[in-house]
Design a protein around this ligand. Sequence first.
Ligand SMILES: [Fe+2]
Length: 195
Amino acid sequence: MIDTPTRRALLGAGALVAGSLFGIDRGAAEGPLPPTPACHDGNEATLVQTEGPYFKPSSPERIELFEEGMAGQPIELIGLVLTRDCKPIAGALLDFWQANAKGEYDNSGFRLRGHQFTDAEGRYRLRSVVPGVYPGRTRHIHVKVQPRGGQVLTTQLYFPGESQNRSDSLFRKSLLVRTAKNAGWLAGRFDFVVG
Ligand SMILES: [Fe+2]
């Protein structure tokens, strides 16, 4: 008998992949995080970008935007929210929104929209699909990041190796997600630095 991978198994594989590839493993949440190579003293804050036309307030609180039967490449994106001197920020709000694999936003409901808060170690984890392109735009995920009581940082994340990165005037290299593929899941890492 051939086992059909269940959603739970897929998600488990994703979690394992991103955690082990990028040094953040929520399974071993007790230990301190290794220093992130992206952060060093005097770091610039993450680049601010336009919100665009498709943000909707009041997204559901969830890390899981991937839904059964959803088309597209599943991705698990993990990372930290850090101060400019590289200290993890607990309880920071992250609100993600993105197009589906066809490049379409859900503007009537909340598909592929969700907010969450960093844990005590400043970590976040998002499970979703790689967004599709739409006219004028390369692949990107929108996000707002806000430390408790702090300023909102609005930006967009991009994917390496995309030919349309070159023709999208909003694309910036500093907003590239680091990616690695394994077990059908794309693992992604991006650390936000807020000033
Ligand atoms: Fe967009």
